[in-house]
Design a protein. Structure first.
Length: 91
């Protein structure tokens, strides 16, 4: 469902608590990241990121939904597994 780039997007959103800051850190446009998140939402039938508006004292932000956290967790687990398999094949 997601690749390395998608995992990086989700990780940065979780870290920065902001889609725009995550996009900036990754050298991607906000529009690209937003479109990516919408494609994932359409494919899964629910969002992987939740956005919220800020109040008078601060701006809004974003955080991963439970589905987003699970998707990222599973990607990382598979990445570790594949690294081990490739390492075993080289041995």
């Amino acid at each position: 469902m997601i690749g390395k780039g998608g995992a990086q997007i989700l990780e940065q959103i979780e870290k920065e608590k902001s889609i725009s800051k995550a996009a900036e850190k990754l050298g991607m446009s906000y529009r690209y990241v937003w479109s990516y998140l919408q494609r994932i939402r359409k494919a899964l039938g629910e969002p992987v990121v939740e956005t919220y508006r800020g109040g008078k004292m601060g701006g809004g932000g974003a955080k991963l939904t439970e589905l987003g956290k699970k998707l990222l967790e599973e990607y990382k687990r598979l990445e570790i597994y594949l690294d081990k398999v490739l390492s075993d094949l080289k041995a």
